[in-house]
Write a protein of this length. Structure first.
Lengths: 456, 392
């Protein structure tokens, strides 16, 4: 695996798996596999999820509601770990990586497990398909409608929250619509609601069927019409491409390149795979200044380690606290604008935590840390939560080492370094040679508990 | 960088090589010895059962079983009183060390914990999503002027958004010894011996790590000499305030301390839960003020207490209260220009969807603290103009 392949696997997925470190394939071939492995889609499945909304919920006492919410919290936590497992170990790396991108783009908090599951599967299903279809699907997603208060959007008393975010964050972006456009769009989305069983429901009697003027067009627009009009706007293609550029290429925008890719994206009718293929095939993507240019988000950092060291996250509840301590919890973006990026992830305490995690993996000892107390919840819940969190994961170092044996002991350290780090800084410590079964975990800690490892 | 060269560098900086633009011209960067302690009550403290409007019939009508009864309330004047669990705080009020704002908020208030807390942390409007905190931006400017990241310290293992700036983020520490042990670890020391490749993100991370190590060492070394003799309540919150008092007494070059007390989300059986927390709060704060007074530090220290939102005026069916809007915030300090209740008692007649409306924008309080206490230009930090209040 050379540097360009490492770069590709870090952006089009969550970095190389242990096995991929040993593969020797040309870039073109790897890219072809990246695309083809993501063609299939299988929903994440969970059984016996608790009820969480609807009439039954409305009739409950506050205590019962608190209990129900706690049950849901547990289930959302399980779902979180299940999705992490898909991210880490699914062959459909590009699909999971893009679903993660859309989870940030269509930022939405989900407290109800059934709705969270529905949403994540919608994102995963359409992740590399057609953006228009994804947008239509997410606009009718129960979690999203609830999160953006569209239940309250009625003909007699419109609520603009949903319509505003559709324009500002999901499609054309600020500066490409007026306040009046938001008001008119909100009218078109009146009556878009959900049923207690979690499906979309159009409440006809609350819908405003009147004429609307939106982005210069006039007609008896429905919510679907508004979305189609937004897709007709080139600004939508530009906005999505720009955001994707940050996620896949660099935080430093190249406006000319973005414009060119946005044009292609628009002309393809918003085919996400076409855009991704063009992007990954380009010389621009592989320019050396883009290799290792991004700071891994906490999820990219954690999932990258799970993938590389072949760790199953589903039984490791401590990973949820690690997400929290590092500042990124799945299904829990800070607000509708999604997560910050780059330098925002790094401060003294988050950096020390990122350095300590691999040390715990290397020594097999418990890694303890404290995350912030939750705002919500009763005293009992908080006191349970406030207890020091321990995370102890046993890595199968022996199993990993077996594959490494074919590399001469003297070269193993350098060999690993070239494949695990994208950026190298001269280090003063003595390199570990020969690298043996015994000092292998220690050598890995030396590579992973570094600042260079935070880059992708 | 080793400790010695770090201290030398600090000396050069404090020798006023240059005065950054945001600091008012007539003040040298080190002139202000003033300390600000910010206490966050997480979960939405019920302000109406903290500072109790015992003279108000509406209060008793809307809270038939949850109101603090007239014979229990600690009456401060004809209108307002204190929750009986906060007995300790009463002496501070009586000495004129307290200023309470009853209706603090902002337009289009948010009822979500996270969103509301974000707004308080960043100082944004309700429809804006900012990624830096108000004290973080203050720290950004201070660091540009040569200050170190421990200019702002949060007593926790991780940082709140409020103290994260664009380029500088505050020092997080639960206690100085623990952080010191962490940064003295073999791995961290080894990394500091690396020469980072020329790479913007990498340089930023090396800078952050170096600053954290330097500040952790500095704080640890300063603290060696000072131990507080006052007895604090044996709670995590009490210990944190004790650590802050010790750091202040040690003459630490830190101007802002930030800490939180959680558990105020009282939807169910609010009475005993809030009582415990308020007692914890007031006993620790009173010990802290006593400690500072003994060391002649109280007049240079100001304490702001806030919570992300207030709670519904009416109680719910579970003996608790649900999320509301405006809330009380209060300042504790020795030389306040106004004391008692800012703008009188809360207006329970004209409610906003069953909630208190706001009369004081929280950013006016921030602006007052920035301009008249920390002595920086508030507008540069808050990104828009808010008129400071005549309180400091």
């Amino acid at each position: 695996m050379d540097t360009h392949i490492h770069h590709l696997l870090s952006r089009a997925g969550f970095g190389p798996s242990w096995t991929e470190l040993f593969e020797k394939k040309p870039y073109k071939k790897v890219l072809q596999e990246v695309l083809s492995h993501s063609k299939t889609f299988a929903p994440i499945e969970m059984e016996d999820l608790p009820e969480g909304s609807g009439r039954k919920f409305m009739g409950m006492s506050t205590e019962e509601k608190v209990q129900m919410l706690q049950k849901n919290r547990k289930s959302v936590n399980s779902l979180n770990l299940l999705w992490m497992r898909e991210m880490a170990h699914s062959p459909a790396q590009l699909r999971e990586k893009m679903a993660f991108f859309w989870h940030d783009h269509f930022a939405c908090k989900s407290k109800i497990a059934k709705a969270a599951l529905l949403q994540v599967n919608t994102l995963r299903e359409h992740a590399i398909g057609n953006f228009g279809e994804l947008l239509h699907a997410i606009a009718k997603d129960p979690s999203m409608l609830l999160f953006l208060n569209n239940q309250q959007n009625k003909k007699t008393s419109p609520n603009e929250n949903f319509a505003r975010e559709v324009c500002e964050l999901f499609t054309v972006g600020r500066g490409n619509y007026t306040e009046q456009d938001v008001k008119e769009a909100a009218r078109a989305f009146t009556g878009w609601s959900t049923l207690p069983n979690g499906s979309f429901f159009f409440r006809k009697r609350q819908h405003d069927f009147g004429k609307k003027t939106f982005l210069g067009r006039r007609g008896n627009f429905s919510g679907e019409d508004i979305i189609e009009i937004l897709l007709e706007e080139k600004a939508t293609a530009r906005n999505i491409t720009r955001k994707l550029y940050h996620f896949l290429v660099s935080h430093e925008e190249d406006p000319v390149q973005i414009e060119s890719w946005a044009k292609g994206f628009y002309e393809s009718g918003y085919d996400i795979s076409t855009l991704l293929k063009t992007l990954f095939e380009s010389d621009h993507f592989r320019t050396s200044q883009h290799v290792g240019a991004r700071i891994k988000s906490p999820i990219e950092y954690m999932v990258g380690i799970l993938r590389l060291l072949d760790i199953d996250p589903t039984e490791e509840k401590g990973l949820l606290f690690l997400q929290k301590a590092l500042g990124q919890t799945l299904f829990f973006p800070p607000n509708v604008a999604g997560w910050p990026e780059g330098k925002a992830w790094i401060d003294g305490s988050s950096l020390l935590t990122r350095l300590r995690f691999p040390i715990g993996l290397g020594s097999g000892t418990s890694f303890s840390f404290q995350s912030k107390a939750a705002f919500a919840g009763n005293e009992e819940f908080l006191s349970k939560m406030e207890k020091r969190k321990g995370l102890r994961i046993q890595v199968d170092w022996d199993g990993l080492f077996t594959q490494l044996e074919k590399i001469p002991a003297e070269n193993r350290n350098d060999w690993l370094k070239e494949r695990i780090l994208l950026i190298h800084s001269p280090a003063k410590h003595a390199r570990i040679a020969p690298l043996t079964r015994e000092n292998f975990p220690q050598a890995m800690v030396q590579l992973m508990a570094t600042l260079e490892y935070q880059l992708c | 960088m080793k400790r010695r060269s770090f201290i030398q560098n600090s000396l050069i900086v404090s020798g006023s090589l240059w005065v950054p633009g945001f600091i008012k011209k007539h003040h040298a960067p080190i002139a202000s010895q003033k300390k600000l302690v910010v206490i966050q009550l997480s979960g939405g403290n019920d302000g109406l059962n903290t500072w109790v409007p015992h003279g108000n019939d509406t209060y008793y009508a809307l809270r038939p079983s949850l109101a603090v009864s007239p014979h229990e309330v600690l009456k401060l004047n004809d209108e307002m009183g204190l929750n009986p669990e906060m007995e300790a705080l009463r002496s501070l009020f009586d000495q004129g060390y307290l200023l309470v704002f009853n209706q603090v908020g902002y337009p289009n208030a948010e009822r979500s914990h996270f969103r509301a807390m974000d707004i308080w942390h960043t100082g944004s409007n309700a429809d804006e999503y900012w990624q830096t905190g108000w004290l973080g931006r203050y720290l950004d400017s201070a660091c540009q002027g040569g200050k170190k990241i421990h200019h702002v310290i949060e007593l926790d293992d991780s940082l709140s958004l409020s103290v994260k700036g664009e380029n500088a983020k505050a020092l997080a520490m639960q206690n100085p010894q623990k952080l010191y042990r962490q940064v003295q670890g073999e791995r961290v020391q080894e990394l500091l011996s690396h020469t980072p490749s020329s790479h913007a993100s990498l340089e930023y991370m090396y800078k952050t790590l170096t600053q954290t190590v330097e500040s952790a060492e500095y704080v640890h070394d300063q603290l060696k000499t000072k131990r507080s003799t006052i007895t604090y309540p044996a709670t995590a919150f009490g210990k944190q305030l004790r650590t802050i008092a010790e750091l202040i007494q040690a003459g630490l070059d830190t101007q802002v301390y930030y800490l939180s007390l959680s558990g105020f989300d009282t939807h169910v059986r609010q009475g005993p839960q809030q009582a415990r927390l308020l007692k914890q709060y007031s006993e620790a704060v009173v010990a802290f003020v006593e400690d500072l007074s003994d060391q002649n530090q109280f007049e240079d220290t100001l304490i702001l207490t806030f919570s992300e939102f207030g709670r519904r005026v009416a109680q719910n069916a579970s003996g608790g209260t649900d999320h509301g809007k405006a809330n009380s915030s209060w300042l504790i300090g020795k030389n306040l220009k106004q004391t008692g209740f800012f703008g009188g008692s809360p207006d329970l007649q004209s409610l906003d969807e069953g909630d208190l409306g706001f009369k004081t924008d929280f950013r006016q309080i921030y602006a007052s603290l920035l301009e008249n206490w920390l002595e920086v230009e508030a507008e540069a930090v808050l990104k828009r103009e808010f008129a400071p209040l005549p309180i400091l």
